[in-house]
Write a protein that binds this ligand. Structure first.
Ligand code: BES
Ligand code: MN
Ligand code: MN
Length: 457
């Protein structure tokens, strides 16, 4: 067999069963009790890359390992860096899964399991597309570096410095990432943006210990009440973030991009009904897609305070904590948002408590140049596989290292994702369409060919 695309079709069953093996390894980066599993996943992936014909190694970091694989046999040809992550989010709540999170299960053409879409399934598409070229042609049309990390879901604390310290080894022309989704089934998509992230914990401290709420209530500040006031002060009635200066660095998008966004086949009512909410809300003056792609936000991710067990306990708790994160857009930075938040909290905190702010992690927002040979190659590969020209879409989520790739390596990033809306990223019953697993491999196989032809030598 000499055609890589024929190879992909002929090996479909094997590719899938290998993916199931990958998915069975619970590489939950956030939980230290899974450190062993996370390492096992790195080793498993590295072995598959080596079997595909790349030179691969597992590189130790202070946290979870980095997998770095290379194939540099295309002398004089450009270099493509493939980035993905082999770590996954914790699966909880477990009782909401219809099949166990780490036992990949097929129902109605969907493969259910943690990491199917985010990101093991999509990362593995690349491994198989590379194998398809190497197995049939004995070579690739481009030089390739595969960089897979095990800490994306915890903010890439060790990858960002690794990229900074390894310019030469990671030098490339294009970075290809499959860690986002398609706008709709049958509608291939290319990403034009990712939001950044600034994630904090607000700790409110009151009296030296819990108090009887009858004996002391009314005379002593309640950290729960105070935290609620602080949280409430973060938004204005028009849905905007009410922190002074928060929008100063927000670059408005051009009319063309906004028109393109608003031309996508999106139906607010269907979206609303699908989510089971009585109404959609958000920043005044922007539609749903704009609110989730090109506008910044502030959200409480968790609150801890007082008695939450069965029945009533009349207690005046002495502390409260909230996890609060901001999604950022160009040109906001986590550092500036931290300063603004600190000033805001100092201003709105009433007397009687002390508040401290801890930063968990951050990532900068990214905006693509949606033109050039790499972009054209991706567009053509998607059209050949899906029979339709791709639409451009934003990404509401964050992939912290993307901006570093562009800044540090001078490469352009291409976001070519294959997960579908409603695929339950980070939630119970995450899934990936099995047909799209195959189509993804096919598309990426074509993409490598296209990059070999289109990128300047
Ligand atoms: N693959 C996602 C990012 C994503 C999701 C981009 C949906 C576009 C659309 C990634 O694995 C992720 O979840 N990132 C985290 C980043 C954080 C932990 C630093 C996120 O966005 O919350
Ligand atoms: Mn991901
Ligand atoms: Mn994720």
């Amino acid at each position: 067999m000499s055609d890589p695309l024929d190879f992909v079709v002929s090996q479909g069953d094997r590719f899938r069963s290998e993916l199931y093996d990958f998915l069975r390894i619970p590489s939950i980066s956030a939980k230290s009790e899974h450190d062993r599993d996370t390492r096992t996943a790195a080793e498993w992936l590295s072995a598959r890359l080596a079997a595909a014909g790349l030179t691969s190694e597992v590189i130790q970091t202070p946290g979870h390992p980095i997998v770095l694989a290379e194939w540099r046999g295309a002398k004089g040809a450009p270099t493509v860096l493939v980035y993905g992550h082999y770590d996954v989010q914790p699966p909880e709540p477990l009782d909401e899964w219809h099949s166990p999170p780490f036992e990949p299960t097929v129902r109605d053409g969907r493969l259910y399991g943690r990491g199917t879409a985010d990101d093991k399934g999509q990362l593995y598409m690349h491994v198989k597309a590379l194998e398809a070229h190497l197995a049939t042609r004995g070579s690739l049309p481009i030089n390739v570096v595969v960089l897979a990390e095990g800490e994306e879901e915890v903010g890439s604390p060790n990858l960002v410095p690794f990229v900074a310290a390894n310019h030469q080894r990671l030098a490339c022309d294009v970075v290809v990432i499959s860690d986002t989704g398609m706008f709709a089934e049958g509608l291939p998509s290319l990403g034009f943006s990712l939001r950044g992230l600034a994630y904090f914990e607000l700790h409110v401290q009151g009296a030296k210990g819990d108090l009887h709420s009858g004996e002391y209530g009314g005379a002593v500040a309640n950290p729960g009440n105070t935290l609620a006031r602080i949280i409430a002060s973060l938004h204005a009635p028009d849905g905007r973030v009410a922190i002074a200066g928060f929008y100063d660095d927000v670059r408005e998008w051009d009319k063309g991009t906004r028109a393109q966004i608003n031309g996508l086949p999106h139906d607010d009512n269907a979206y609303r009904a699908d989510l089971g909410v009585p109404a959609l809300t958000g920043e005044a003056g922007y539609g749903t897609l704009e609110r989730t792609w090109i506008r910044p936000t502030c959200d409480v991710n968790g609150i801890l305070c007082g008695y939450t067990g069965q029945g009533a306990k009349t207690v005046l708790p002495n502390r409260a904590m909230a996890k609060v994160s901001f999604r950022l857009v160009a040109d906001q930075t986590p550092a500036k948002v931290r300063k603004l938040l600190e000033a805001h909290v100092a201003k709105v905190t009433p007397p009687g408590v002390t508040v401290s702010i801890a930063e968990l992690h951050g990532g900068r927002p990214w905006r693509a140049k949606v033109e050039g040979p790499a972009f054209d190659a991706a567009s053509e590969a998607l059209e050949a596989s899906f029979g339709k020209k791709p639409v451009l879409m934003g990404g509401g989520g964050s992939i912290p290292v993307v901006v570093d790739f562009e800044e540090q390596l001078g490469a352009t990033a291409l976001l070519v994702g294959f997960s579908l809306p409603g695929c339950n990223l980070h939630a119970p019953n995450e899934w990936l369409s099995l047909a799209y697993f195959d189509k993804g491999i096919e598309t990426l196989t074509r993409l490598y060919t296209g990059l070999g032809k289109k990128l300047p030598r």
